[in-house]
Write a protein that binds this ligand. Structure first.
Ligand code: HEC
Length: 126
């Protein structure tokens, strides 16, 4: 009798620890799913910007070295012409539009990728 209850106790303990581990696993799965869906919601342009060095000089809402992206969005309507010339500016760099600080050139950024970045930036206009 004593032995049986001991075994039963062990089984209960085992099951309890097992279900805890299961719960932890479930939480991890949920957390990963949330992260993934955020990555999915990020536009291609935003991802490219996060991967590049842009954030060292730009911020969405505040001027750092370069203008805030929302200010860029306010200045330029999202026309094909603006998207094209701003993409060129990202690749070639330049100065004189927002002040005397120059933007460095990004010769390794592909034109199509630069356009995606510009589309994302110009989409930030409220
Ligand atoms: C070394 C700092 C620096 C980095 C890195 C940088 N920028 Fe800039 N950016 C600037 C400055 C300074 C200006 C303002 C240039 C001017 O006045 O003509 C600017 C301007 C811009 C503009 C507006 C251009 C215009 O003519 O109005 C866009 C769009 C832009 N940056 C996007 C980007 C993107 C996208 C990246 C990353 C690939 C990037 N920048 C990286 C400093 C930087």
């Amino acid at each position: 009798m004593k032995k049986t209850s001991l075994i039963l106790g062990a089984v209960v303990l085992f099951m309890a620890s097992f279900s805890k581990a299961d719960l932890a696993k479930e939480k991890t799965v949920v957390a990963t799913a949330t992260l993934k869906s955020h990555a999915l919601q990020m536009s291609a342009g935003e991802k490219l910007i996060n991967k590049s060095d842009c954030m060292g000089c730009h911020n969405k809402t505040n001027k750092i070295i370069g203008p805030a992206y929302i200010d860029v969005a306010k200045k330029y309507p999202a026309t094909e012409k603006n998207i094209n010339s701003l993409a060129d500016k990202i690749i070639k760099g330049g100065t004189g539009v927002w002040g005397t600080m120059p933007m460095t050139a990004h010769p390794t950024v592909k034109k199509d990728d630069a356009k995606l970045m510009v589309k994302y930036i110009l989409s930030l206009k409220k």
